[in-house]
Design a protein around this ligand. Sequence first.
Ligand code: CA
Length: 151
Amino acid sequence: MSKLKVLVVEDEVAMAESLRTGLTEAGFAVDVAADGEEGLWYAGEVDYDAIVLDLMLPKVNGFVVCRTLREREDWTPILMLTAKDGHLDEAEGLDTGADDYLTKPFHEAELMARLKALLRRRSGQLSQVITLNGVSLDEASQRVCSEESAW
Ligand code: CA
């Protein structure tokens, strides 16, 4: 049985390494990208089962990474990491196309629970995506991703 593949996009080295260690110990195959540009590159090269995406990233931020993936019709489940410093409100007010959000700081167990929920949702239900006038509705995640909505 092959391992589930998770991409971690996180620029804070200590956080990235602790995620890599925790997810590897939990049995996932883990790749780590240090900025949004690298994250997009990895996501284009490898078919991941889930992406843990930090919001505040160098070069290309998490909003844009998420939107770009959805524009590529890449519906990999995304767990967005946000910091409790005002950006959270922004993230909640905007629909980025992420499937779930987790506010830093968080417990590793919380992250694992959210991630497993996303993976279950993905495996149990094939996502049906309807696109109309540039707005995509993902029936599985009940999220709408619009080209304009991230800004
Ligand atoms: Ca960051």
